[in-house]
Ligand binder design. Structure first.
Ligand code: 6R9
Length: 647
């Protein structure tokens, strides 16, 4: 099949789907005509302890920016994910846990998840955590990570999950920024047969962030680790059994904070993206059901980590709010071998599978046999998220993994959007490999040129969203001005996504990637400024500039131009040291693929680095450098090209 194929909606799938073409059209029309009624209907899927009467209060005007949804209502997110399913689903499986070891797994019912969560909530309370307090969660992919999130929600505390691959320094800066008073972690994580020293990392981080009063440690490996008396507490050995299995849920206002999640931007340190309770949960629940066409009893697996927004919305909140069975996978796609994903699908009879293009590209390289030898007959829907999926990877996913039978939902969204904004609906949308297709009902994207003029019809430009949706972030924690400046100043009156996009003649959207200084490495967002700051920590480095370059597996790789003090000589040892510095400052995911030592960087006379040129050189595109006449020293460019050719 060619890459510009259109794959029409399968009639049999449409017949069983929650939403077919007619229904989708009707929903779109309703959302356009009367958005408030439409979104009130969406939010009605939740249980409200005090029903809302106000739906929306939004202004995208930078001088009066505010976003509120369902704002006189009260609810509890944990109740919506657990308690309300108990009458009918107490013994249904809420979580399937597949450990790193292919021989170990566990099924947790809604009743069990409820009890564990209540106990953890009680332990937090006993340690002085109150409504509004921040709790950092630094965990491996184990069910207790979900309990931790839901336990915070239950008592009205705000969770901030930090990806377990981040370094102690990165963890410390997040703990400090959100002012957390407690941390929930594990003794160690296990991934690909290796252990990750989570508690030791927390100990190091807390040397820099001494305000944390309580550290709850879930026993995963039972490794012998130091525990600090009065501060640290084992979950199973010391806490869990001492508290009641019931915990009253704190009703919170719809606009009370549910969580903060740090994400990289084009400048400065990572931002604490803040989501509130009512709008976020309604949106996660609605999009989960629509996009994955979820039906009771189905087994759903999203391979993301809870440290990213995908794990929040589509491992924990979206599925559990729908009473679904969500699979939590601790391991990696290639351990013990490249068949792992497909073996897990076979073993647990997974119906809906949601993963990232980078994983697909890595597995595609290993050959089709790894896929074909596993029984994938339970599958009926495939999903993709995190970065643009190239048509080759899309076709492989469709033809090899899905045996050319199952729709692929390529879901475009961001930490900031809380949930999916642009995606096919499996029963309603004809597919084009590589396109996220069309906005969900109620979502209004537009494309603008560099000056903010709306472009019509088939065009290419910058992706903006012209009106709010309930899952939208509300602010940057502790820095509302940064929220306004980052998202609402570039194109006044609109939310700017930071992504470039093309729209074809059928109105289909094709995300082309970030247009700002954010790079996307294996689906992980990274600010070039952040990586530069880490490189600059090395004592011999004077200056650095980081750009992305196309990478076969990772989507984008990290290319770092580094200038040393004139007296220092580049060397392989120094290159390794610099890479190690980045690993320590941020974590392994930020390690540069290339360090290119250069005596100078291309700068304008006013001292601005011309990244456009650096990107082209990293891409090996020396002919298309554009205008270099404004450079203070145009000779730098030739030296850089020479250096690149010699690599
Ligand atoms: C959910 C998530 C957001 C950035 C976003 C865009 C890229 C995500 C995509 C996609 C093309 C898709 N992105 N999904 N690009 N097609 N289906 O990944 O959130 O980590 O905040 O990253 O990822 O560039 O702006 P986050």
């Amino acid at each position: 099949m060619s890459h510009d194929a259109i794959i029409k909606v399968n009639e049999a799938i449409a017949k069983d789907a929650l939403v077919d073409k007619d229904k989708a059209a009707a929903m779109r029309a309703e959302a356009e005509k009367d958005p408030e009624t439409f979104w009130a209907g969406v939010a009605a899927r939740l249980d409200w302890s005090k029903p809302f009467t106000k739906v929306k209060d939004v202004s995208f005007d930078a001088s009066d920016l505010h976003i509120r949804w369902f704002y006189d209502g009260e609810l509890n997110a944990c109740v919506n994910c657990l308690d309300r399913h108990l009458p009918e689903k107490a013994n249904d499986v809420a979580i399937i846990w597949e450990s790193d070891d292919p021989g170990v797994d566990k099924k947790i019912t809604y009743a069990e998840a409820f009890e564990e969560t209540c106990r953890m909530a009680n332990v937090l309370k006993a340690r002085g955590v109150k409504k509004g307090d921040r709790v950092v969660i630094y965990m491996p992919m184990i069910p207790e990570a979900a309990y931790a999130m839901l336990a915070c929600a239950r008592i009205g505390a705000v969770h901030s999950v930090v990806f377990g691959g981040f370094s102690p320094d990165a963890l410390a800066s997040r703990i400090e920024d959100c002012g957390a008073s407690a941390v929930i972690t594990a003794d160690e994580g296990v991934r690909g047969g290796k252990t990750v020293p989570l508690k030791a990392n927390v100990d190091k981080a807390l040397e820099k962030a001494p305000d944390v009063r309580a550290v709850l440690v879930v026993e995963r490996t039972r490794a012998d680790i130091p525990m600090k008396a009065g501060r640290d507490l084992y979950w199973y050995a010391e806490a869990r059994d001492d508290v009641s299995p019931e915990c009253p849920a704190e009703a919170v206002n719809a606009e009370d904070t549910l969580f903060i999640l740090y994400t990289s931007g084009s400048t400065g340190k990572p931002k604490g993206v803040l989501h509130t309770t009512g709008g976020y949960l309604a949106y996660a629940a609605y999009t989960y059901e629509m996009v994955f066409d979820y039906k009771p009893g189905e087994i759903y697996w999203c391979t993301a980590d809870v440290g990213w927004v995908t794990g929040h919305s589509y491992i924990v909140y979206g599925p559990l709010a729908n009473g679904a069975t969500t699979l939590i996978f601790e391991g990696v796609p290639t351990y013990p071998d490249a068949s792992r994903f497909w073996r897990v699908i076979e073993k647990h009879k997974v119906n809906i599978f949601y993963t990232a293009p980078t994983a697909l590209r890595a597995l595609m390289r290993e050959g089709d046999d790894w896929v074909k030898k596993a029984d994938r007959s339970s599958l009926r829907l495939l999903g993709s998220v995190g970065e643009p999926i190239n048509p080759e990877a899309w076709m492989w996913y469709y033809e090899v993994v899905g045996d050319s039978k199952h729709p692929i939902v390529d879901t475009w969204w961001q930490t900031e959007t809380g949930g999916i904004l642009i995606s096919p609906l499996p029963g309603a949308t004809d597919l084009k490999p590589g396109s996220a297709t069309q906005p969900l009902p109620g979502v209004f994207p537009a494309i603008v040129d560099a000056n903010g003029n709306f472009l019509e019809g088939a065009c290419e430009g910058n992706l903006v969203i012209t009106d709010s949706w309930p899952g939208q972030m509300r602010t940057v924690y502790g820095d509302h001005q940064r929220f306004i400046d980052t998202y609402f100043k570039t194109y006044p009156g609109m939310y700017f996504t930071g992504d470039g996009v093309r729209r074809d003649a059928d109105g289909y959207y094709w995300i082309t990637g970030r247009v700002d200084d954010v790079i996307n490495v294996s689906g992980h967002r990274m600010g070039t400024a952040e990586v530069e700051a880490a490189i600059d920590e090395h004592p011999l480095v004077v200056e650095s500039a980081v750009v992305g370059f196309p990478h076969d597996v990772k989507g984008q790789g990290i290319y770092a131009y580094v200038t040393l003090h004139a007296t220092d000589e580049p060397s392989e040892a120094l290159e390794k040291e610099i890479v190690e510095t980045v690993r320590q400052e941020i974590g392994p995911i930020a390690k540069p693929d290339h360090i290119h030592f250069t005596p100078g960087l291309p700068k304008t006379r006013s001292g601005k680095i011309m990244r456009r040129i650096l990107r082209k050189i990293a891409e090996n595109e020396f002919g298309a450098l554009g205008d270099t006449s404004t450079l203070a020293d145009p000779g730098v460019v030739d030296a850089l090209i020479e250096g690149r050719k010699n690599r």
